[in-house]
Design a protein around this ligand. Structure first.
Ligand code: NAP
Ligand code: FE
Length: 370
């Protein structure tokens, strides 16, 4: 047995954790640059809690509330320019995965003058600013990952900045902030978290420690799975935030696999939200992988409280009914793009582009126009 486990983020989980831990902010300095989306920081109540803490700690701040979903490299550069002028001691990230990921790259670019290539190869000399992360969705786990996933319009896909220096310093997880999330966004995010746990568990880079986290998260998901569709109470939201956190801890060590690789194209070219994109492929992925990882497949199903992959597929179809249509050319293109990613080599079976196309065809069956 041989593995490493590095997770430098301090995790504070529970109701009121932002207000109760004001010293976490003041210990970073007295100037904060806040990064958020347009509305969620305000409507969730998180921004007013942060403002209260910053006032009480006499920390001055500037707010950049323009991060869009699936943030682009351009908007991160624009935000970093503002941050540079403000010269903050810390970045406070409030939002779903989009603002959290953007904030990590802004933390790098605010103190390093580098090209895009240097950014994505994590080639920077100055240590990024500390990031304090407050997730408002329960899905990405970005509050505990060393990843910043940005949309690259030139390459027509998402690119991943990976560096241990961008792990947030502190993660504040308060499920009350997720109560303002619309139902379908909650479901999509929950399936992203499930996807992280399942992919991380099956990944070639899985370790005994990441597996322990993954199995706990799968069991937890199994215990609330029937409430996700139409009975999302606060305790269910707490469980989802916990699963999302564990999912982030898992993929911080294992990375993701072919589901995320294919999902990026569904998001980029078909505007399908990230979690939903993964969810459309997850059952077929399990079916495809089963022969390589039979025991792990059994463990996944029993932890989720499901009898078979068919039941898993039915469950996901109920949560995420397929409405989109796809052309054959699109599937060939998506398979080709995914086959060039590192995620493929991390999957339990290593498909060629043609197999990826078959997997897509099976997953999206009835919705492919030949
Ligand atoms: P998101 O793109 O951050 O947000 C989706 C939508 O939900 C936005 O319209 C947002 O509004 C709204 N919203 C978020 N929280 C809300 C709340 N509490 N109340 C009301 N509305 C709220 O969604 P996400 O699924 O969390 O993040 C997806 C992104 O994360 C993708 O770019 C994906 O690639 C990335 N990701 C990163 C990692 C990682 O390890 N770093 C892992 C998986 C996925 P606003 O626009 O107002 O904020
Ligand atoms: Fe994801």
């Amino acid at each position: 047995m041989q593995f490493g486990f590095y997770l430098p983020t301090k995790i504070l989980f529970g109701q009121g954790c932002v207000i109760a831990n004001a010293q976490e902010f003041s210990s970073c300095g007295n100037r904060a640059f806040i990064v958020s989306g347009r509305n969620s920081a305000r409507v969730s109540g998180a921004l007013s809690d942060v403002e209260q803490v910053l006032n009480s700690e006499q920390i001055s701040w500037q707010l950049f509330a323009e991060i869009e979903e699936n943030p682009t490299i351009e908007s991160v550069i624009a935000a970093a320019e503002q941050a540079r002028q403000f010269a903050p001691d810390m970045i406070i990230a409030i939002g779903g995965g989009s603002p959290l990921d953007a904030a990590k790259a802004i933390a790098v670019l605010a103190v390093n003058t580098i090209t895009q290539e240097q950014l994505f190869s994590a080639n920077f000399l100055v240590k990024p600013l500390p990031v304090l992360a407050i997730p408002l969705t329960a899905g990405t786990g970005s509050e505990v990952t060393p990843y910043s996933i940005l949309t690259d319009n030139q390459r027509q896909t998402k690119r991943n900045l990976v560096s241990p220096t961008i792990f947030p310093r502190v993660a504040f997880l308060d499920a009350a902030y997720t109560q303002s999330l619309p139902q379908q966004v909650t479901i999509n995010a929950a399936i992203d978290a499930l996807s992280h746990v399942l992919e991380g568990y099956l990944a070639r880079r899985a370790t005994p420690a990441s597996d322990a986290l993954a199995v706990d998260a799968l069991r937890c998901f199994g215990s609330i799975k029937d409430q996700i569709k139409d009975n999302i109470t606060l305790p269910v939201r707490q469980s989802l935030l916990y699963i999302s956190l564990l999912g982030g801890m898992v993929i911080a060590h294992t990375g993701t696999t072919l589901v995320h690789a294919l999902g990026y194209s569904l998001t980029y070219f078909k505007q399908i939200p990230h979690g939903r994109a993964n969810g459309l492929l997850l059952a077929e992925y399990l079916r495809y992988s089963q022969s390589a990882v039979p025991q792990k497949t059994d463990t996944i199903l029993s932890a989720l409280g499901l009898a078979s992959i068919e039941d898993f597929s039915d469950y996901l179809t109920t949560l995420l009914p397929l409405t989109e249509t796809f052309s054959r050319e699109e599937l060939v293109h998506f398979a080709e793009l995914a086959s060039q990613t590192a995620n493929i080599g991390n999957s339990p079976r290593q498909p060629q582009a043609a197999e990826l196309e078959q997997l897509l065809t099976a997953a999206l069956t009835g919705h492919v126009i030949d």
